[in-house]
Design a binder for this molecule. Structure first.
Ligand SMILES: Nc1ncnc2c1ncn2[C@@H]1O[C@H](COP(=O)(O)OP(=O)(O)O)[C@@H](O)[C@H]1O
Ligand SMILES: [Mg+2]
Length: 430
């Protein structure tokens, strides 16, 4: 299972410089766990960290300029940390699976001469086979839309771009002048037409760059949930769809897809989901004359079913998440902001448990990343799984790992639930 081991954000709103987990040059830091929660008070940057993942996923799809405008982000000038003129930067440190050598992806975005955001730098790197120490080697290096992509599946070029004096311009000239040289045959000079699109989007579509393609597919697979219950209440036109979208407004289509794909098993899946939502006895569907599928929920204590349109926000939300976890091809990475909103605490506990089982299950399906300020959710978690965001005196966010605190660790080991400790201020900085 693919796993993000670390994520670094610089100059993105309140996240002036925040890292959760491990990076290629911070090997002693603990890697992110299959289930990770970021907690903190209001205004510490939880939504911002969540949206940093969403921004990256959007940037891959629509380019950096449009991503700055999407989802109420308000354009680059509001996205960049106030009072600073440095590029907005992201770094993802991840493994394709447990045995794979980790890959680092770096992206920097800045304003061009015309005041529009563009991709300033992009880089993918990985250690060579059997190389256990030192700098990983680049297999994609782009500055301002021009750079080099190293071909091949496994072995990386002999060029160490981190060596002092390395100049990508010089290397490009050499590759062009001597196309038959070994280093030239292994690499390809790339010039992007559109500097607002990510290089991994363009090059990742090409068969000759399998590693870039794999990374592109990984980010494309992220599910960064911008779910709203009202979207889930909409009645989309009939038509089965395999995956729930991030807004959740195709819930009915996904149910239709499952009905078609799973035939006899469909009702038992709905029954299993129903058993996990306290208060719900049965979920089934009803076909409208124009071919749409209405979702019916049988609430304990009521004779007649309720339709999705009448169901509570919380129930719809849990249903949507459970359906997502039933996806036979679940997303490698599931990012959810404040799942507690609209949820009764019992519902929240069962949701936390489901996420956790899903993330740590034998099959290891999706990595789950959650932001929350709900102690009940945190009760289900271990200190290794929890990161605490705080606001520094300068107004910028800082982050701590809950397991750094020996007292907290030993109290949890003695059976005290972590959320309760947080509630009683034990997780506050000392
Ligand atoms: N461009 C920016 N530069 C610096 N700080 C910002 C910027 N935009 C928003 N903020 C700060 O970010 C904080 C909001 O963070 P947010 O992620 O919404 O917090 P949370 O979700 O934890 O409640 C606010 O305190 C706000 O002042
Ligand atoms: Mg928030």
């Amino acid at each position: 299972m693919a796993q993000i081991e670390g994520f670094k954000v610089r100059n993105f709103r309140a996240l002036k410089d925040v890292t959760v987990g491990k990076l290629w040059n911070q090997q002693d830091a603990p890697a992110l766990t299959p289930m990770t929660a970021v907690i903190g008070k209001n205004g510490v940057g939880k939504s911002t960290l969540f949206d940093a993942f969403g921004f990256l996923a959007d940037a891959l799809k629509v380019g950096v300029e449009e991503a700055c405008d999407l989802r109420g982000r308000g354009g680059f000038r509001r996205v960049r940390t106030q009072g600073h003129n440095e590029p907005v930067e992201f770094e993802v440190y991840y493994r394709e699976d447990v045995d794979a050598r980790p890959i680092t992806y770096e992206l920097a975005i800045d304003l061009d001469g015309s005041g529009r955001p563009f991709v300033l730098r992009e880089r993918l790197r990985q250690r060579r086979k059997r190389q256990t120490r030192g700098r990983p080697y680049s297999f994609l290096l782009l500055n301002n839309g021009t750079g080099i992509a190293w071909k091949g599946e496994t072995e990386v070029s002999s060029i160490d771009d981190a060596k002092p004096g390395f100049d990508v311009g010089q290397l490009i000239e050499r590759i062009r002048a001597e196309p038959e040289a070994e280093e030239s045959r292994e690499s390809e000079v790339v010039e992007l037409d559109d500097k607002r699109k990510l290089g991994i989007a363009t090059l990742g579509a090409l068969r000759q760059h399998p590693r870039i393609s794999a990374f592109r597919r990984f980010i494309e697979g992220w599910f960064v949930s911008y779910f709203t219950p009202n979207a889930a209440r909409s009645l989309p036109m009939a038509g089965p769809q395999q995956h729930l979208n991030v807004l959740g407004d195709n819930l009915g289509n996904v149910v239709q897809f499952m009905e078609r794909e799973h035939g006899g098993r469909f009702q038992s899946i709905l029954n299993r989901i129903a058993s996990k939502i306290p208060g719900i006895e049965k979920i089934d569907t009803e076909r409208t004359p124009d071919g749409r599928l209405l979702l019916r929920f049988n609430d304990r204590g009521f004779e007649d079913p309720f339709y999705a349109q009448q169901m509570s926000d919380g129930t719809l939300k849990v249903f949507a998440y459970m359906l997502l976890l039933e996806d036979p091809n679940p997303p490698p990475f599931l990012c959810i902001e404040e799942p507690e909103n609209g949820l009764y605490h019992k519902l929240l506990e069962s949701l936390a448990k489901e996420f956790r089982d899903h993330a740590t299950g034998k099959k290891g399906t999706s990595q789950v990343f959650v932001t929350t300020h709900q102690p009940y959710f945190v009760d289900a978690l271990e200190p290794e799984e929890v990161w605490i965001l705080e606001k520094g005196k300068d107004g910028f966010s800082t982050v701590r790992h809950a397991s750094d605190d020996e007292i907290v660790k030993s109290m949890v080991a003695q059976g005290l639930p972590l959320g309760g400790l947080w509630y009683s201020d034990y997780l506050d900085a000392r």
